[in-house]
Design a protein around this ligand. Structure first.
Ligand code: APR
Length: 258
């Protein structure tokens, strides 16, 4: 497979421009050019670390200090990164027209930061903020009473130094969705409602290996949407693609949305 041709770029641009309602699904690949490793690609997080030791409720129950140490490291690493041309192009595009729903599997807040950067004020930024299916790296949630807070620096040297809930004293955990956990109900409802009425579905930087998120693209396809995939590699959603643009998000997304 080679770089997208000008004809393919024009076709994608046309399909997205004429669709009154579009659902966009993003994964770790949209943030790769910001310096954030993906999960399953070369050097991916699940190649370096064992998900079962770090990203499950059982792992947290077994060793919350180890889990927090890892999330504190990820939080510090991601905080150094900046939205790239794909995040910014998506935010600009969504501000320029109605009818686009952005659904993200990412917990890195780069879509939100791009929205703030492009929109200039919080209300406008909120209009183009993503539906977060897997939570946020920068929020904490009480493992006992679900009280949520902004996440800060974490001292993971001992159980006592880990963040505890100001409401009930319970242990706080990163507010991300771990393997085997339910996705946030309202986010799922909004994402699948948007997919069910979409005329176009743009998929950027996801292997489509994880459900229920990958179901957003299948639901849009079943609703008659044209599915456009941007990814330098092969994905598990390629079989439903009407247009497959092989390339990096930071290079291709500005071309098809500009
Ligand atoms: N631009 C676009 N896509 C890219 C780029 C890039 N620059 N670099 C890599 N990719 C693609 C890869 O080819 C791959 O298809 O991004 C995809 C990343 O896939 P995964 O690592 O599997 O990440 P993702 O699909 O987001 O994972 C889904 O799994 O681990 C859980 O909760 C976690 O949200 C995550 C979910």
């Amino acid at each position: 497979m080679s770089d997208p041709t000008p004809t393919e770029i024009a076709e994608a641009k046309r399909a997205l421009a004429k669709a009154l309602r579009v659902v966009v699904l993003t994964g770790a690949g949209v943030s790769a050019e910001s310096g954030i490793p993906t999960f399953r690609g070369p050097g991916g997080l699940w190649k370096q670390f064992r998900a079962e030791d770090l990203a499950t409720p059982i792992a947290f129950g077994r060793d919350p200090r180890l889990v927090w140490e890892w999330y504190a490291w990820r939080r510090a690493e991601v905080a150094k990164c900046r939205p790239n041309a794909a995040h910014l192009a998506l935010a600009r595009w969504m501000l320029s027209r109605p009818g686009v729903t952005l659904v993200s599997q990412n917990v890195d807040d780069l879509h939100e930061r791009a929205a703030r950067e492009v929109a200039g004020d919080a209300d406008r930024a909120a209009r183009v903020a993503p539906i977060r299916l897997h939570g946020s790296l920068f929020h904490d949630r009480c493992a006992r009473c679900n009280h949520r807070t902004e996440g800060g620096a974490v001292d993971a040297t001992s159980l006592e130094t880990l963040p505890h809930c100001a409401e009930c004293g319970g242990l706080m955990r990163p507010d991300v969705v771990w393997f085997g956990e339910m996705l946030p109900a309202r986010a799922v409802e909004t994402a699948f409602a948007a997919a069910g009425e979409a005329e176009a579905c743009l998929v950027v930087g996801t292997t489509g290996a994880v459900y229920r998120a990958a179901g957003v693209a299948h639901t849009a396809k079943a609703a008659g949407a044209s599915v456009i995939i941007v990814d330098p590699g092969q994905t598990e959603l390629d079989a439903i693609a009407d247009l497959r643009l092989q390339g990096k998000a930071g290079e291709v997304v500005p071309l098809i949305l500009g």
